[in-house]
Design a protein. Structure first.
Length: 185
């Protein structure tokens, strides 16, 4: 989602800057030449002292643009991966587990399953309720149902018990590796 928003904002900004550059370089109709001011004295009197609803509309549109720009900036600063997980030690305190360590352990254990060529794991969510996003690349001979059962069974159970989490939701995406036909000579 954020990738689509980034590309759209980049395209719109590029189009606006290109149009502004062309107008400034040619200095035609909107600017009436390079030595003329943008707003003449008559324009300033007419527009800046005018009463009407369109000034409020202009201010509202600029405020919406400002809020959208702030939302976009905050979305860029948001971290996609969870850095730490709070582990309940059952004595009233919490220990901190590195998110990358948990993700690497799950990826190593899932990568050892039969038929798995490669596995990548990303930890998302909150510190108290993390979630896993698992991308599994299967060998051409692998059975996806068996791999899913192995991932949902022992791998996630082991991760859940080792981090002492009551639940650890996971989203698994499977992809089959491409293989070339063997040459027969």
């Amino acid at each position: 989602m954020i990738g689509i928003v980034n590309r759209t904002l980049l395209a719109v900004t590029g189009a606006v800057l290109l149009a502004a550059g062309i107008v400034l370089l040619t200095a035609t109709r909107p600017l009436r030449g390079r030595t003329e001011p943008l707003l003449t004295a008559a324009d300033r009197r007419r527009y800046l002292h005018a009463d009407g609803w369109w000034w409020w509309l202009l201010v509202a549109a600029l405020a919406v643009c400002l809020l959208l720009a702030l939302w976009w900036l905050l979305a860029q600063l948001k971290r996609a991966r969870l850095r730490t997980v709070a582990v309940d030690t059952r004595d009233g305190a919490f220990a901190v587990l590195r998110g990358r360590a948990l993700a690497d352990a799950v990826a190593a254990e899932a990568g050892a399953l039969d038929g798995v060529a490669r596995c990548r794991v990303a930890l998302r969510g909150r510190r108290s309720s993390p979630a896993l996003r698992v991308a599994v690349e299967l060998e051409p001979h692998a059975v996806p149902a068996d791999t899913l059962a192995g991932l949902a069974g022992p791998v996630l159970t082991h991760a859940r018990t080792s981090a002492n989490l009551p639940e650890l939701p996971a989203e698994a995406r499977f992809k089959v590796t491409s293989h070339r036909a063997r040459r027969v000579s």
